[in-house]
Design a binder for this molecule. Sequence first.
Ligand SMILES: C[S@@+](CC[C@H](N)C(=O)[O-])C[C@H]1O[C@@H](n2cnc3c(N)ncnc32)[C@H](O)[C@@H]1O
Length: 240
Amino acid sequence: MPELICVGCGPGDPDLLTVKAVKAIQNADIIMCPTSKEGKPSLALSVISSIIDKAKNQKIVNLVFPMTKDKDILETTWEKNSRILAENALSGKKVVYLTVGDPYLYSTWIYLHRELKTKFPEIKITVIPGIVSMFTFASKVGISIAEGAEKVTIIPSCYDLSQVKELAKNSDTMVFLKDGRYFDQVIKLLKEAGFSDESIFAIGQDLDTEHEIVRKLTLGEVTKDTMTTKYFSIMVVKRV
Ligand SMILES: C[S@@+](CC[C@H](N)C(=O)[O-])C[C@H]1O[C@@H](n2cnc3c(N)ncnc32)[C@H](O)[C@@H]1O
């Protein structure tokens, strides 16, 4: 039976790859990975590059997923890339597809999987979970994402932020992902939702890379300079 394995690679540190992920990657004939632009290195590939055995001559294929909200472009991209994955799996090759973090949190894999399930049901699909970026971040700053009866909200910050205040009123921890350039827009809303100046505030950028930034302070101490500037950023705000 043709088979395809999606591997969650964690947020960046190769030592955080699971044993199962390492086995699947080393056993593959073809490694496919997402990138946002033709010629741009894949972050997921950079996570696993140190465990690739060059002597095995594994084929590496970048699949381009443009950073756009245009529905037509997105649908065409998912259709095209899932077909490339399927054709390679159907040719009898062992194919792995890499994702950053875990495959089922805001990942390109979610859309590919949907396409593959309906259009290529003959392919056996296995998904290997990976460490989610916000949990790596929590470990780095030493904060709990939730404890006891606490409620958590996860916000993808590059979309509509109009509901943040209402959601924050009913949450103990707010996790913001997807693009640090939007994070500063919500600080005022969190305060209006009852997050005190003493609330824990933690922000990180480019975790597990040489450019990593990690900051932990209180909400009251946040200034414009505290904020991050890149897509690969995480912000956690927690009531105390
Ligand atoms: C498309 S989502 C993928 C999430 C991923 N599947 C996960 O489980 O963490 C990309 C977002 O995850 C977060 N992220 C993933 N890896 C990161 C890293 N190394 N440093 C900082 N943020 C990261 C950022 O919020 C980024 O914008």
